[in-house]
Design a protein around this ligand. Structure first.
Ligand SMILES: [Zn+2]
Length: 83
């Protein structure tokens, strides 16, 4: 089976919810209609980030934040609580 890449469009409900914090990677606010993915990064669990700031790892079927994956992949995988 091919790993499923789950992309999410920002709708008004997500916009309101996520923009309290904004994107944890680039610190910008999300805008309506943008594509986001749920990614693991230097945080607990998984968060919404812009699609172009994450890479999809087919082995684990998980998105990882790009910068972080190279140097800190072990830490991140440990942090990522996948259900
Ligand atoms: Zn971002």
């Amino acid at each position: 089976m091919k790993p499923k890449k789950q992309k999410i469009l920002i709708d008004i409900e997500k916009l309101n919810r996520l923009n309290a914090e904004g994107c944890p990677v680039c610190k910008r606010k999300f805008t309506l209609g943008e594509t986001v993915v749920i990614a693991c990064g230097p945080w607990q669990g998984a968060k919404y980030v812009h699609e172009n700031e994450a890479v999809f790892d087919g082995k684990t079927s998980t998105y990882y934040v790009m910068e972080e994956r190279r140097e800190r992949s072990c830490t991140i995988k440990k942090n990522c609580v996948k259900k």
